[in-house]
Design a protein around this ligand. Structure first.
Ligand SMILES: Cc1cc2nc3c(=O)[nH]c(=O)nc-3n(C[C@H](O)[C@H](O)[C@H](O)COP(=O)(O)OP(=O)(O)OC[C@H]3O[C@@H](n4cnc5c(N)ncnc54)[C@H](O)[C@@H]3O)c2cc1C
Length: 393
């Protein structure tokens, strides 16, 4: 079995790297920021996304009919990982999650309105599933949607809506049927973020990134902005979450952190002796290297199993997300242990080991095991969908 990329894929990656070299703007790229997957939050980053769009690199896997390239998923993977490796904004929610879900389930009106704007890099989204009483059990969401003439009136609250403070549109689930079983009474809507009935309040995470609470006060949404069929929203959300669990949790930043640790250990000394000679250090680093390879290959497995135009593979998405994000956390623990007490110094401290990256990574990697569904939720999905074990909630 040949695990290498084909010559065409390697040539594409070389082209991407050359483009990134030519656009290496420090206002756009920040390799010390822990997760750039959804941070298209400044004019410079938006302008960069527009350049990617000009190259035709947004929507690589989308059908030609909708302006895409109809390419194999591996090209999108190579692009996204190259962007993530440099700490740049990525294909994100627009291309990777919402666009793909609209392609499968959106009305012609929604496709015509949103798909070209997503492909041109003109539009950013926030995703609203979680509520104070509905996180792991997202189907318990209560945001109320009441039928009114020509549309729906939304009232209630969301929480943990990342990007709400700079997004243009809100991809949001609300309860449209209170009588039906909880998974069958939710509808997905698209709401403009500048609607006067929306109030966005910041929540700062322990990883230094901002997320938000969003309050809905009689927010009218026209019937035209219902995504797919009424009361089928939870099924679309589940599909979108499979895409999110792969697209938003790229592998290459973790790989870069492991390289940083190994580089540090090559020259570090403890009590006058090279740390690299310590058998415990060597054994732990060898384990980390092996686990990094498992994470990488699980990502490639997701790509290989993703059928063009089909739903993303659920089990592979959960296996990748579970392993890759838990590995990232184990790597952060190991960096603190192996590189010593100086790792507690803040990121940007020049004389700290690895310039303080271990400290910020240690705080950030926890969040990746929660956002997009916790590790326990991924284990439940794998237990049910892969192993056929009974449902526990
Ligand atoms: C940085 C960050 C960004 C986020 N961005 C968004 C966003 O943009 N949009 C959005 O909608 N949401 C977002 N979230 C929310 C995220 O999806 C939820 O935090 C997550 O689903 C967990 O829900 P919860 O916080 O309510 O915890 P709970 O569901 O209350 O879980 C608490 C604990 O119980 C465990 N648990 C719960 N149920 C089970 C079970 N059945 N079996 C075993 N263990 C269980 C969980 O694993 C967890 O350890 C974000 C979260 C973070 C941390």
């Amino acid at each position: 079995m040949d695990f290498d990329f084909t010559p065409e894929q390697q040539a594409f990656l070389a082209e991407v790297e050359e483009f990134l070299d030519a656009n290496a703007d420090p206002d756009v790229f920040d390799p010390t920021r822990e997760n750039m997957a959804q941070i298209v939050d400044t004019p410079a980053r938006r302008a960069f996304m527009a350049k990617l769009a000009e190259r035709g690199w947004l929507g690589l896997t989308w059908p030609k009919e909708w302006g895409g390239q109809d390419s194999d998923g591996v090209y999108e993977y190579l692009l996204n990982e190259a962007l993530a490796r440099r700490g740049g904004p990525q294909i994100g929610k627009g291309v990777g999650i919402i666009g793909k879900t609209l392609l499968r389930h959106g009305s012609d009106k929604l496709k015509q309105e949103f798909l070209p704007r997503i492909l041109n890099g003109e539009i950013e989204f926030a995703v609203g599933y979680s509520e104070p009483g509905a996180g792991s059990d997202a189907a318990a969401m209560k945001l109320k949607a009441t039928k009114v003439e020509g549309g729906w009136m939304l009232s209630g609250q969301k929480i943990w809506t990342t990007s709400a403070h700079f997004a243009d549109w809100y991809w949001v689930g609300a309860r449209t049927d209170t009588e039906a079983a909880k998974h069958f009474g939710i509808t997905l809507f698209l709401v403009p973020m500048d609607h006067p009935g929306l109030t966005v309040k910041p929540i700062w995470t322990m990883g230094d990134e901002r997320t938000n609470e969003v309050f809905f006060d009689d927010v009218f949404v026209s019937d035209d902005y219902v995504v797919g069929e009424l009361n089928r929203g939870f099924q679309y959300i589940s599909e979108a979450l499979d895409l999110e669990r792969f697209t938003m949790f790229t592998y290459s930043p973790t790989r870069a952190r492991l390289d940083l640790l190994v580089d540090h250990l090559r020259t570090a000394t403890r009590d006058g002796a090279p740390v690299r000679d310590d058998p415990v250090v060597r054994s732990r680093v060898a384990q980390l290297e092996t686990q990094a390879e498992v994470a990488r290959v699980l990502g490639l497995r997701f790509v290989a199993k993703s059928a063009k135009g089909g739903a993303a593979p659920t089990v592979e998405a959960s296996q990748y997300k579970l392993f890759a994000t838990e590995f990232s956390k184990r790597l952060a623990d190991a960096s603190m242990d192996l590189a010593g007490p100086g790792t507690q110094l803040r990121v940007g401290t020049d004389d700290a080991p690895m310039k303080g990256r271990a400290e910020s990574t240690y705080r950030y990697t926890v969040l990746d095991t929660i956002g997009g569904g916790t590790s326990e939720v991924q284990k439940n999905i794998i237990a049910r969908r892969k192993l056929g074990l009974p449902k526990n909630f």
